[in-house]
Design a binder for this molecule. Structure first.
Ligand code: PMP
Length: 456
Protein backbone atom coordinates (compact mmCIF):
# COMPACT_ATOMS: atom_id res chain seq x y z
CA UNK A 1 0.00 0.00 0.00
CA UNK A 2 1.17 3.56 -0.68
CA UNK A 3 -1.57 5.18 1.36
CA UNK A 4 -3.66 6.25 -1.62
CA UNK A 5 -6.49 4.17 -0.17
CA UNK A 6 -6.46 6.47 2.86
CA UNK A 7 -6.94 9.54 0.66
CA UNK A 8 -10.36 10.69 -0.51
CA UNK A 9 -9.37 11.55 -4.03
CA UNK A 10 -12.49 13.51 -4.90
CA UNK A 11 -12.02 15.75 -1.88
CA UNK A 12 -8.31 15.95 -2.68
CA UNK A 13 -8.91 17.22 -6.20
CA UNK A 14 -11.38 19.85 -5.08
CA UNK A 15 -8.88 20.88 -2.37
CA UNK A 16 -6.20 21.19 -5.04
CA UNK A 17 -8.46 23.46 -7.14
CA UNK A 18 -9.10 25.68 -4.13
CA UNK A 19 -5.39 25.78 -3.26
CA UNK A 20 -4.47 26.83 -6.78
CA UNK A 21 -7.03 29.62 -6.63
CA UNK A 22 -5.79 30.63 -3.19
CA UNK A 23 -2.19 30.72 -4.42
CA UNK A 24 -3.18 32.96 -7.33
CA UNK A 25 -5.10 35.27 -5.03
CA UNK A 26 -2.29 35.45 -2.43
CA UNK A 27 0.52 36.14 -4.88
CA UNK A 28 -0.42 38.93 -7.32
CA UNK A 29 3.08 40.45 -7.37
CA UNK A 30 4.65 37.07 -8.17
CA UNK A 31 2.12 36.72 -10.99
CA UNK A 32 3.26 40.05 -12.49
CA UNK A 33 6.94 39.16 -12.11
CA UNK A 34 6.35 35.74 -13.63
CA UNK A 35 4.64 37.30 -16.64
CA UNK A 36 7.56 39.73 -17.10
CA UNK A 37 10.11 36.94 -16.76
CA UNK A 38 8.28 34.81 -19.30
CA UNK A 39 9.02 37.33 -22.06
CA UNK A 40 12.71 36.48 -22.43
CA UNK A 41 13.36 33.42 -20.29
CA UNK A 42 13.13 29.91 -21.61
CA UNK A 43 10.20 28.37 -19.77
CA UNK A 44 9.86 31.63 -17.85
CA UNK A 45 12.51 30.98 -15.20
CA UNK A 46 16.32 31.24 -14.90
CA UNK A 47 16.58 27.45 -14.40
CA UNK A 48 13.81 25.23 -15.70
CA UNK A 49 13.71 23.23 -12.42
CA UNK A 50 12.17 26.32 -10.84
CA UNK A 51 8.92 25.22 -12.47
CA UNK A 52 8.91 21.98 -10.49
CA UNK A 53 7.20 23.53 -7.47
CA UNK A 54 3.81 22.79 -9.00
CA UNK A 55 2.50 26.30 -8.34
CA UNK A 56 0.23 27.92 -10.98
CA UNK A 57 3.12 30.33 -11.72
CA UNK A 58 6.58 30.60 -10.14
CA UNK A 59 6.75 32.10 -6.68
CA UNK A 60 9.22 35.01 -6.74
CA UNK A 61 11.42 35.77 -3.75
CA UNK A 62 12.12 39.22 -2.29
CA UNK A 63 14.81 38.09 0.17
CA UNK A 64 15.85 35.23 2.43
CA UNK A 65 17.52 35.16 5.81
CA UNK A 66 18.21 32.33 8.27
CA UNK A 67 15.31 29.88 8.09
CA UNK A 68 12.95 32.26 6.34
CA UNK A 69 12.11 33.41 2.84
CA UNK A 70 10.06 36.54 2.18
CA UNK A 71 8.23 36.28 -1.11
CA UNK A 72 7.50 39.10 -3.54
CA UNK A 73 4.06 39.61 -2.01
CA UNK A 74 5.50 40.05 1.47
CA UNK A 75 4.62 36.67 3.00
CA UNK A 76 7.23 35.27 5.35
CA UNK A 77 7.62 31.56 4.67
CA UNK A 78 9.40 29.10 6.94
CA UNK A 79 11.92 27.46 4.66
CA UNK A 80 12.52 23.72 5.09
CA UNK A 81 13.75 23.45 1.48
CA UNK A 82 16.76 25.68 2.02
CA UNK A 83 17.61 25.79 -1.66
CA UNK A 84 17.56 21.97 -1.77
CA UNK A 85 20.58 21.96 0.60
CA UNK A 86 22.50 24.95 -0.84
CA UNK A 87 21.37 26.94 2.20
CA UNK A 88 21.47 24.03 4.66
CA UNK A 89 23.22 26.25 7.21
CA UNK A 90 20.68 29.05 6.79
CA UNK A 91 20.29 31.85 4.29
CA UNK A 92 23.08 34.45 4.43
CA UNK A 93 24.91 33.11 7.50
CA UNK A 94 26.52 36.19 9.15
CA UNK A 95 30.15 34.92 8.89
CA UNK A 96 29.69 34.38 5.14
CA UNK A 97 28.05 37.81 4.82
CA UNK A 98 31.08 39.37 6.53
CA UNK A 99 33.53 37.46 4.37
CA UNK A 100 31.72 38.47 1.19
CA UNK A 101 31.49 42.07 2.31
CA UNK A 102 35.21 42.08 3.03
CA UNK A 103 36.00 40.49 -0.32
CA UNK A 104 33.56 42.75 -2.19
CA UNK A 105 36.14 45.47 -2.76
CA UNK A 106 39.17 43.17 -3.04
CA UNK A 107 38.56 41.48 -6.37
CA UNK A 108 36.67 38.33 -7.22
CA UNK A 109 38.74 36.33 -9.62
CA UNK A 110 42.40 36.49 -10.70
CA UNK A 111 43.24 32.85 -11.47
CA UNK A 112 45.65 33.07 -8.55
CA UNK A 113 45.26 31.89 -4.96
CA UNK A 114 44.83 34.10 -1.90
CA UNK A 115 45.77 33.20 1.67
CA UNK A 116 42.35 31.56 1.99
CA UNK A 117 43.54 28.63 -0.15
CA UNK A 118 45.73 26.96 2.47
CA UNK A 119 43.30 27.74 5.30
CA UNK A 120 40.36 26.17 3.44
CA UNK A 121 42.36 23.08 2.44
CA UNK A 122 43.55 22.57 6.03
CA UNK A 123 40.01 22.88 7.37
CA UNK A 124 38.78 20.37 4.78
CA UNK A 125 41.49 17.85 5.55
CA UNK A 126 40.76 18.11 9.28
CA UNK A 127 37.00 17.79 8.88
CA UNK A 128 36.94 15.03 6.30
CA UNK A 129 40.14 13.08 7.02
CA UNK A 130 41.48 13.26 3.48
CA UNK A 131 44.79 15.04 2.87
CA UNK A 132 44.54 16.53 -0.63
CA UNK A 133 41.88 18.87 -2.08
CA UNK A 134 40.69 20.62 -5.24
CA UNK A 135 37.73 22.82 -6.06
CA UNK A 136 34.86 23.21 -8.51
CA UNK A 137 31.90 25.55 -8.94
CA UNK A 138 29.22 22.93 -8.41
CA UNK A 139 28.85 19.46 -6.94
CA UNK A 140 28.14 18.31 -10.48
CA UNK A 141 31.57 19.45 -11.62
CA UNK A 142 33.31 18.17 -8.50
CA UNK A 143 31.90 14.71 -9.31
CA UNK A 144 32.87 15.07 -12.94
CA UNK A 145 36.44 16.04 -12.07
CA UNK A 146 37.10 13.40 -9.44
CA UNK A 147 35.86 10.69 -11.79
CA UNK A 148 38.16 12.07 -14.49
CA UNK A 149 41.15 12.16 -12.15
CA UNK A 150 40.48 8.60 -11.06
CA UNK A 151 40.09 7.30 -14.61
CA UNK A 152 43.33 9.06 -15.53
CA UNK A 153 45.13 7.84 -12.41
CA UNK A 154 44.01 4.22 -12.58
CA UNK A 155 43.75 3.65 -16.32
CA UNK A 156 40.38 1.99 -15.66
CA UNK A 157 37.33 3.35 -17.47
CA UNK A 158 34.31 1.91 -15.74
CA UNK A 159 32.17 3.76 -13.23
CA UNK A 160 29.82 1.93 -10.89
CA UNK A 161 26.74 3.66 -9.45
CA UNK A 162 23.62 2.68 -7.57
CA UNK A 163 20.22 2.53 -9.19
CA UNK A 164 18.22 5.73 -8.67
CA UNK A 165 21.30 7.81 -7.90
CA UNK A 166 21.73 11.47 -8.66
CA UNK A 167 25.09 13.22 -8.56
CA UNK A 168 24.22 16.34 -10.54
CA UNK A 169 24.35 16.55 -14.29
CA UNK A 170 27.59 14.59 -14.70
CA UNK A 171 26.53 12.59 -17.73
CA UNK A 172 28.11 9.28 -16.79
CA UNK A 173 25.68 8.44 -13.99
CA UNK A 174 22.37 8.64 -15.88
CA UNK A 175 21.99 4.90 -16.04
CA UNK A 176 19.08 3.04 -14.45
CA UNK A 177 18.02 -0.52 -13.82
CA UNK A 178 14.69 -1.33 -15.39
CA UNK A 179 13.53 -4.85 -14.55
CA UNK A 180 17.12 -5.75 -13.81
CA UNK A 181 18.40 -4.36 -17.12
CA UNK A 182 20.74 -1.36 -17.33
CA UNK A 183 19.31 1.40 -19.53
CA UNK A 184 20.15 5.03 -20.21
CA UNK A 185 17.80 7.34 -18.26
CA UNK A 186 15.18 8.39 -20.78
CA UNK A 187 14.56 11.85 -19.32
CA UNK A 188 18.07 12.96 -20.26
CA UNK A 189 17.96 15.68 -22.91
CA UNK A 190 20.34 15.97 -25.82
CA UNK A 191 22.67 13.15 -24.77
CA UNK A 192 24.27 11.48 -27.76
CA UNK A 193 26.87 9.22 -26.12
CA UNK A 194 26.18 5.66 -25.10
CA UNK A 195 26.45 5.93 -21.33
CA UNK A 196 26.09 2.18 -20.85
CA UNK A 197 29.49 1.63 -22.38
CA UNK A 198 31.40 2.77 -19.31
CA UNK A 199 28.87 2.85 -16.48
CA UNK A 200 27.53 -0.11 -14.54
CA UNK A 201 24.57 0.12 -12.19
CA UNK A 202 23.46 -2.09 -9.31
CA UNK A 203 20.87 -1.81 -6.55
CA UNK A 204 21.88 -0.16 -3.30
CA UNK A 205 22.24 -2.52 -0.32
CA UNK A 206 22.88 -5.47 -2.65
CA UNK A 207 26.35 -6.83 -1.88
CA UNK A 208 26.06 -9.79 -4.25
CA UNK A 209 25.26 -7.50 -7.19
CA UNK A 210 28.05 -5.17 -6.18
CA UNK A 211 30.55 -8.00 -6.12
CA UNK A 212 29.36 -9.34 -9.46
CA UNK A 213 29.86 -5.91 -11.02
CA UNK A 214 33.32 -5.49 -9.51
CA UNK A 215 34.59 -8.98 -10.25
CA UNK A 216 35.95 -8.29 -13.73
CA UNK A 217 38.44 -5.87 -12.17
CA UNK A 218 37.68 -3.05 -14.62
CA UNK A 219 35.84 -0.66 -12.30
CA UNK A 220 37.77 2.55 -11.66
CA UNK A 221 35.49 3.72 -8.87
CA UNK A 222 32.16 3.38 -7.17
CA UNK A 223 30.48 6.79 -6.93
CA UNK A 224 27.82 6.84 -4.23
CA UNK A 225 25.94 8.85 -1.68
CA UNK A 226 26.52 7.13 1.68
CA UNK A 227 22.73 7.13 1.97
CA UNK A 228 20.63 7.71 -1.11
CA UNK A 229 18.71 10.98 -0.95
CA UNK A 230 17.56 11.74 -4.45
CA UNK A 231 14.93 9.10 -5.15
CA UNK A 232 13.49 9.45 -1.70
CA UNK A 233 15.79 8.46 1.11
CA UNK A 234 17.33 5.00 1.26
CA UNK A 235 19.55 4.29 4.25
CA UNK A 236 22.33 1.71 4.08
CA UNK A 237 21.50 -1.56 5.81
CA UNK A 238 23.58 -2.18 8.95
CA UNK A 239 27.06 -3.30 7.91
CA UNK A 240 26.46 -2.55 4.23
CA UNK A 241 29.24 -0.01 3.82
CA UNK A 242 31.85 -1.97 5.75
CA UNK A 243 31.25 -4.99 3.52
CA UNK A 244 30.90 -2.89 0.36
CA UNK A 245 34.15 -1.10 1.02
CA UNK A 246 35.95 -4.39 1.55
CA UNK A 247 34.66 -5.59 -1.84
CA UNK A 248 35.65 -2.36 -3.56
CA UNK A 249 39.17 -2.72 -2.19
CA UNK A 250 39.41 -6.42 -3.00
CA UNK A 251 38.76 -5.73 -6.67
CA UNK A 252 41.11 -2.76 -6.85
CA UNK A 253 38.46 -0.09 -7.32
CA UNK A 254 38.16 3.18 -5.40
CA UNK A 255 35.26 4.49 -3.34
CA UNK A 256 34.07 8.07 -3.96
CA UNK A 257 31.49 9.36 -1.50
CA UNK A 258 29.30 12.24 -2.57
CA UNK A 259 28.40 13.93 0.74
CA UNK A 260 26.60 16.86 -0.87
CA UNK A 261 23.30 15.95 0.81
CA UNK A 262 24.47 13.59 3.55
CA UNK A 263 26.53 16.35 5.16
CA UNK A 264 23.23 16.71 7.07
CA UNK A 265 24.18 13.62 9.10
CA UNK A 266 26.53 15.36 11.51
CA UNK A 267 29.93 17.03 11.77
CA UNK A 268 32.08 15.89 8.83
CA UNK A 269 29.14 14.17 7.11
CA UNK A 270 28.02 10.55 7.04
CA UNK A 271 31.49 9.06 6.55
CA UNK A 272 32.97 10.76 9.61
CA UNK A 273 29.97 9.94 11.77
CA UNK A 274 29.93 6.27 10.68
CA UNK A 275 33.65 5.60 10.31
CA UNK A 276 33.73 5.05 6.55
CA UNK A 277 37.06 5.87 4.90
CA UNK A 278 36.47 6.70 1.24
CA UNK A 279 39.33 7.20 -1.22
CA UNK A 280 37.73 10.43 -2.36
CA UNK A 281 34.92 12.68 -1.17
CA UNK A 282 32.77 15.32 -2.84
CA UNK A 283 30.88 18.15 -1.22
CA UNK A 284 29.02 20.90 -3.03
CA UNK A 285 25.98 23.07 -2.34
CA UNK A 286 26.33 24.33 1.28
CA UNK A 287 30.15 24.31 1.48
CA UNK A 288 30.25 28.01 0.54
CA UNK A 289 27.13 28.91 2.53
CA UNK A 290 25.18 29.09 -0.75
CA UNK A 291 27.85 30.81 -2.84
CA UNK A 292 28.55 28.64 -5.91
CA UNK A 293 31.47 26.34 -5.13
CA UNK A 294 32.30 22.73 -4.37
CA UNK A 295 35.23 20.68 -3.14
CA UNK A 296 36.68 17.23 -3.70
CA UNK A 297 39.29 15.53 -1.60
CA UNK A 298 41.45 12.47 -2.16
CA UNK A 299 43.71 10.09 -0.31
CA UNK A 300 47.48 10.57 -0.44
CA UNK A 301 47.81 7.49 -2.62
CA UNK A 302 45.24 8.68 -5.15
CA UNK A 303 46.76 12.16 -5.12
CA UNK A 304 50.15 10.65 -5.95
CA UNK A 305 48.69 8.78 -8.94
CA UNK A 306 46.80 11.90 -10.07
CA UNK A 307 49.94 14.03 -10.00
CA UNK A 308 51.79 11.38 -11.99
CA UNK A 309 48.97 11.16 -14.56
CA UNK A 310 49.12 14.93 -15.06
CA UNK A 311 52.92 14.88 -15.36
CA UNK A 312 52.77 12.04 -17.88
CA UNK A 313 50.09 13.68 -20.04
CA UNK A 314 51.09 15.84 -22.98
CA UNK A 315 50.80 19.60 -22.37
CA UNK A 316 47.40 21.08 -23.19
CA UNK A 317 43.83 21.01 -21.95
CA UNK A 318 43.25 18.53 -19.13
CA UNK A 319 39.47 18.74 -19.36
CA UNK A 320 39.37 19.30 -15.59
CA UNK A 321 38.45 22.66 -14.03
CA UNK A 322 36.86 25.90 -15.22
CA UNK A 323 38.22 29.45 -15.29
CA UNK A 324 36.37 30.66 -12.20
CA UNK A 325 37.16 27.54 -10.14
CA UNK A 326 38.74 28.47 -6.81
CA UNK A 327 37.93 32.15 -7.35
CA UNK A 328 38.63 34.56 -4.51
CA UNK A 329 34.98 35.16 -3.66
CA UNK A 330 34.10 31.49 -3.29
CA UNK A 331 37.32 30.75 -1.36
CA UNK A 332 36.41 33.50 1.12
CA UNK A 333 32.90 32.07 1.42
CA UNK A 334 34.23 28.55 2.02
CA UNK A 335 36.70 29.73 4.63
CA UNK A 336 33.91 31.40 6.60
CA UNK A 337 31.53 28.45 6.17
CA UNK A 338 34.03 25.77 7.14
CA UNK A 339 35.51 27.60 10.11
CA UNK A 340 32.50 29.48 11.50
CA UNK A 341 29.24 28.04 10.16
CA UNK A 342 29.43 24.24 9.79
CA UNK A 343 30.32 23.90 13.45
CA UNK A 344 29.53 21.28 16.10
CA UNK A 345 27.35 23.93 17.76
CA UNK A 346 25.29 24.31 14.56
CA UNK A 347 24.70 20.55 14.39
CA UNK A 348 23.91 20.46 18.11
CA UNK A 349 20.94 22.69 17.33
CA UNK A 350 19.89 21.12 14.04
CA UNK A 351 19.94 17.42 14.91
CA UNK A 352 17.60 17.33 17.93
CA UNK A 353 15.20 19.76 16.26
CA UNK A 354 15.07 17.65 13.10
CA UNK A 355 14.35 14.62 15.28
CA UNK A 356 11.51 16.52 16.93
CA UNK A 357 10.15 17.27 13.45
CA UNK A 358 10.40 13.60 12.45
CA UNK A 359 8.61 12.47 15.61
CA UNK A 360 5.93 15.10 15.07
CA UNK A 361 5.29 13.85 11.54
CA UNK A 362 5.18 10.24 12.74
CA UNK A 363 2.50 11.21 15.26
CA UNK A 364 0.47 13.05 12.61
CA UNK A 365 0.59 10.09 10.26
CA UNK A 366 -0.31 7.60 12.98
CA UNK A 367 -3.28 9.70 14.10
CA UNK A 368 -4.58 9.65 10.54
CA UNK A 369 -3.67 5.98 9.98
CA UNK A 370 -1.55 6.92 6.97
CA UNK A 371 0.84 4.05 6.17
CA UNK A 372 3.78 6.32 5.40
CA UNK A 373 7.25 6.17 6.95
CA UNK A 374 9.58 8.91 8.10
CA UNK A 375 13.34 8.61 7.57
CA UNK A 376 15.99 10.74 9.26
CA UNK A 377 19.52 11.62 8.32
CA UNK A 378 20.60 14.14 10.92
CA UNK A 379 19.17 17.50 9.87
CA UNK A 380 17.32 15.90 6.93
CA UNK A 381 13.87 14.36 7.36
CA UNK A 382 11.62 12.82 4.76
CA UNK A 383 8.27 11.10 4.69
CA UNK A 384 7.70 8.51 2.01
CA UNK A 385 4.55 6.91 0.68
CA UNK A 386 5.26 3.44 2.02
CA UNK A 387 4.87 1.78 5.42
CA UNK A 388 8.48 0.60 5.74
CA UNK A 389 11.57 2.42 4.47
CA UNK A 390 12.67 1.35 0.98
CA UNK A 391 15.91 -0.69 0.72
CA UNK A 392 16.97 0.37 -2.74
CA UNK A 393 16.32 2.75 -5.59
CA UNK A 394 13.72 0.58 -7.28
CA UNK A 395 11.64 0.31 -4.14
CA UNK A 396 12.01 4.02 -3.40
CA UNK A 397 11.23 5.06 -6.98
CA UNK A 398 8.11 2.91 -7.05
CA UNK A 399 6.71 4.87 -4.08
CA UNK A 400 7.12 8.32 -5.55
CA UNK A 401 3.65 9.67 -6.21
CA UNK A 402 3.60 13.08 -7.87
CA UNK A 403 -0.07 13.95 -7.30
CA UNK A 404 -0.26 13.75 -3.50
CA UNK A 405 3.22 15.26 -3.31
CA UNK A 406 2.20 18.24 -5.39
CA UNK A 407 -0.98 18.76 -3.42
CA UNK A 408 0.80 18.59 -0.06
CA UNK A 409 3.54 20.98 -1.17
CA UNK A 410 1.10 23.57 -2.51
CA UNK A 411 -1.08 23.29 0.59
CA UNK A 412 1.98 23.86 2.79
CA UNK A 413 3.16 26.81 0.70
CA UNK A 414 -0.22 28.49 1.03
CA UNK A 415 0.10 28.00 4.81
CA UNK A 416 3.50 29.65 4.95
CA UNK A 417 5.82 26.65 4.74
CA UNK A 418 8.24 25.63 1.99
CA UNK A 419 9.47 22.06 1.58
CA UNK A 420 11.68 20.73 -1.21
CA UNK A 421 9.66 20.33 -4.41
CA UNK A 422 11.31 17.00 -5.21
CA UNK A 423 9.73 14.32 -2.98
CA UNK A 424 8.89 15.11 0.66
CA UNK A 425 12.20 16.27 2.06
CA UNK A 426 12.78 18.80 4.82
CA UNK A 427 15.92 20.34 6.25
CA UNK A 428 16.43 22.02 9.59
CA UNK A 429 19.04 24.79 9.70
CA UNK A 430 20.80 26.48 12.62
CA UNK A 431 18.20 29.27 12.67
CA UNK A 432 15.12 27.02 12.51
CA UNK A 433 13.17 27.29 15.75
CA UNK A 434 10.87 24.91 17.61
CA UNK A 435 8.10 27.33 16.64
CA UNK A 436 8.97 26.92 12.95
CA UNK A 437 8.72 23.15 13.37
CA UNK A 438 5.33 23.51 15.04
CA UNK A 439 4.21 25.70 12.15
CA UNK A 440 5.13 22.97 9.66
CA UNK A 441 3.40 20.30 11.73
CA UNK A 442 0.23 22.38 12.05
CA UNK A 443 0.21 23.14 8.31
CA UNK A 444 0.79 19.48 7.44
CA UNK A 445 -2.02 18.38 9.77
CA UNK A 446 -4.37 20.93 8.18
CA UNK A 447 -3.52 19.77 4.66
CA UNK A 448 -3.82 16.07 5.48
CA UNK A 449 -7.19 16.63 7.13
CA UNK A 450 -8.46 18.06 3.84
CA UNK A 451 -7.59 14.90 1.93
CA UNK A 452 -7.62 11.91 4.26
CA UNK A 453 -10.69 9.69 4.18
CA UNK A 454 -12.93 10.86 6.99
CA UNK A 455 -13.68 8.43 9.77
CA UNK A 456 -17.08 6.93 9.09
N1 PMP B 1 25.37 15.30 -5.63
C1 PMP B 1 24.25 15.10 -4.97
C2 PMP B 1 24.16 14.00 -3.98
C3 PMP B 1 23.15 15.92 -5.20
O1 PMP B 1 22.01 15.70 -4.54
C4 PMP B 1 23.26 16.95 -6.14
C5 PMP B 1 22.10 17.88 -6.45
N2 PMP B 1 20.89 17.56 -5.97
C6 PMP B 1 24.46 17.12 -6.80
C7 PMP B 1 25.51 16.27 -6.52
C8 PMP B 1 24.65 18.20 -7.81
O2 PMP B 1 24.67 19.45 -7.24
P1 PMP B 1 24.68 20.71 -8.20
O3 PMP B 1 23.35 20.69 -8.90
O4 PMP B 1 24.80 21.86 -7.25
O5 PMP B 1 25.81 20.58 -9.13
Amino acid sequence: PNGRERLDWERALSFLDRERALYTERNPRSAVLAAQAAVHLLLGVPLHWMRDWGTPFPLHVAHASGAHVVDADGHTLVDFCLGDTGAMFGHSPPPVQNALQHQAGQGYTTMLPTEDAAVVAKALSEQFSLPCWQFALSATDANRYIVRWIRAATGRKKLLVFNGCYHGTIEDVFVDLVQGQAVQRDSLLGQVHDLLEHTAVVEFNDLAALEAALRAGDVACVLAEPAMTNIGMVLPAPGFWRAAQALVRRYGALLVMDETHTISTGVGGYCQVHGIEPDALVLGKPVGGGVPCAVYGMSAELAGHAVRAKADAPPGHSGIGTTLTGNMLSMAAMRATLTEVMTPAAYAHMLPLAHELAEGIRDLLAERRLPWCVTELGARVEFQFCPVPPRNGSEAGARLDAEPEHLIHLGLLNRGVLITPFHNMMLVCPQTTAEDVQRLLAALAAVLDEVVVEAS
